[in-house]
Ligand binder design. Structure first.
Ligand SMILES: Cc1ncc(C[n+]2csc(CCOP(=O)(O)OP(=O)(O)O)c2C)c(N)n1
Ligand SMILES: [Mg+2]
Length: 470
């Protein structure tokens, strides 16, 4: 057995393991170790899509009793779900397969980076023996280059661990997880597919090189800080957000998974929903009872307010029919389509009383021009900014393409944003409802405002006053 390079655990082979795990035990594998580390960091659910490079890893992760596998319909949604989960639990994780999965999840990880979320993105990677062999692997673009995926992740994560040997696996995993927590940014961990099931002495007990002590807080101090922060944010000029549409479906899935005792309300635009709709399936599969308000205004209204054209009109779907089809008789689901205020009020009443244990999907039909003044103003500002005439003297030399080899990972100690976004902030309404706003839909939806006034009555009941539909 090779000597571990991680000095903190180099001599544990002969000691009695604190966790009672012996090297011969099936719990001493790299995969099990990663699973335990995730649990120690606060992860209870992992959002996954299988692929041949990560199958063994998944076996070992789900063997960890405290870790639940939440299989998603695609990697982008798995990443968004980890984002939503991290908003609630302080950390989230997704597991995908090499390159085809990795490049799909990238957009979600970039969003998590922009929003300071510690998302641990785990990729099942190539066999350790293949590194440095110039072999062309499947699921790659056909070049003998294993670093393509890694280089993409370098730009959107604060740390990357490529685990292709057992000696420093422990150290690399700990470094990645602790960096994610410390910097509140996503990290990338690639695990060679042939190592996940392999035991090593460094995996047999739990040295804790990073602090995992629960964060305690002083209630009064916290309230004062929240108040001061809110005041500051309300005055702040909002920064441009990452704003990738489709985020809200996956993020709702992840957030709801993290707070099973609460009910999440999601307001999702029709255009955004069409990007990631599949994972309503995963919500149903996991018994979630979110209320989704699908805002059907027939297209990309935000884009209309910036610059209109035929491309902003989308195909109208039978949204309730789609959700019914996904439901397919498995799980609890209720759908409704509403056009008038009274119908909306009635649907909310049903969703919160009779159907309180079901996933409720309420399609709200709005006129395509039903937008707020703020959105109209915002649209003209964006149009003006995008339409500035070309001025060669203004062109930043950074815009000249650089060779990839020159590209450096994003410095994790870079400037922190001072103001936080509005549309993704979840609002805890007396511990009952959590509102998740589609990034692109908040600005122009009056319907959102009315719900945020309400307070639920008791811990066991979820109530919305009928007047909330106004
Ligand atoms: C992944 C991605 N693709 C394209 C865009 C550009 N975009 C911004 S808003 C938007 C339309 C959103 O439509 P919808 O969810 O129906 O909201 P609405 O504006 O109609 O309220 C699009 C296509 C984006 N932000 N993200
Ligand atoms: Mg729309």
């Amino acid at each position: 057995m090779a000597t571990p390079t991680n000095g903190t655990v180099a001599s544990i082979e002969d000691t009695v393991p604190a966790s009672g795990i012996s090297v011969g035990s099936s719990e001493a594998t790299l995969g099990r170790h990663l699973g335990r580390r995730l649990v120690q960091a606060g992860v209870r659910d992992i959002f996954t899509v299988p692929g041949d490079f990560n199958l063994t890893l998944l076996d070992h992760l789900i063997a960890e009793p405290e870790l639940k596998n939440i299989g998603c319909c695609n990697e982008l949604n798995a990443g968004y779900a980890a984002d939503g989960y991290a908003r609630s639990r302080g950390v989230g994780a997704c597991v995908v397969t090499f390159t085809v999965g990795g490049l799909s999840v990238l957009n979600a990880i970039a969003g998590a980076y922009s929003e300071n979320l510690p998302v641990i993105c785990i990729v099942g990677g190539p066999n350790s023996n293949d590194f440095g062999t110039n072999r062309i692997l499947h699921h790659t673009i056909g070049l003998p280059d294993f670093t393509q995926e890694l280089r993409c992740f370098q730009t959107v994560t604060c740390y990357q661990a490529v685990v292709n040997n057992l000696e420093d696996a422990h150290e690399q995993i700990d470094k990645a997880i602790s960096t994610a927590l410390k910097e509140s940014k996503p990290v990338y961990i690639s695990i060679s597919c042939n190592l996940a099931a392999t035991p090593h002495p460094t995996f047999i007990r739990d040295p804790v090189p990073f602090s995992l002590t629960p964060r305690s807080s002083n209630k009064m101090g916290l309230e004062a800080a929240v108040e001061a922060t809110l005041e500051f944010l309300n005055k702040a000029v909002k920064p441009m957000q990452y704003g990738s549409i489709g985020w809200s479906v996956g993020a709702t899935l992840g957030y709801a998974q993290a707070v099973p005792e609460k009910r999440v309300l999601a307001f999702i635009g029709d255009g955004s929903f069409q990007v990631t709709a599949q994972d309503v399936s995963t919500m149903l599969r996991n018994g979630q009872k979110t209320i989704i308000f699908l805002i059907n205004n027939g297209g990309y209204t935000i884009e209309v307010e910036i610059h209109d054209g035929p491309y902003n009109v989308i195909k109208n779907w039978n949204y309730t029919g789609l959700v019914d089809a996904i439901h397919n008789g498995e799980g609890k689901c209720w759908t409704a389509k509403v056009r008038y205020e009274e119908e909306l009020v009635e649907a909310i009443t049903t969703a919160t009383l009779e159907k309180k244990d079901s996933l409720c999907f309420i399609e709200v039909i709005l006129h395509k021009d039903d937008t707020s003044k703020e959105l109209l103003e915002w649209g003209s500002r964006v149009a003006a900014a995008n339409g500035r005439p070309h001025n060669p003297h203004d062109v930043n030399i950074q815009s000249t393409p650089r060779r990839i080899a020159e590209t450096k990972p994003v410095a994790s100690s870079g400037p922190k944003r001072t103001a936080k976004q509005d549309s993704k902030t979840d609002i805890d309404m007396d511990g009952h409802f959590h509102l998740m706003f589609g990034r692109e839909t908040l600005l122009n939806k009056e319907v959102v405002v009315c719900f945020s006034k309400e307070k639920a009555a008791s811990d066991d009941e979820v109530e919305l006053d009928e007047s909330t539909g106004k």
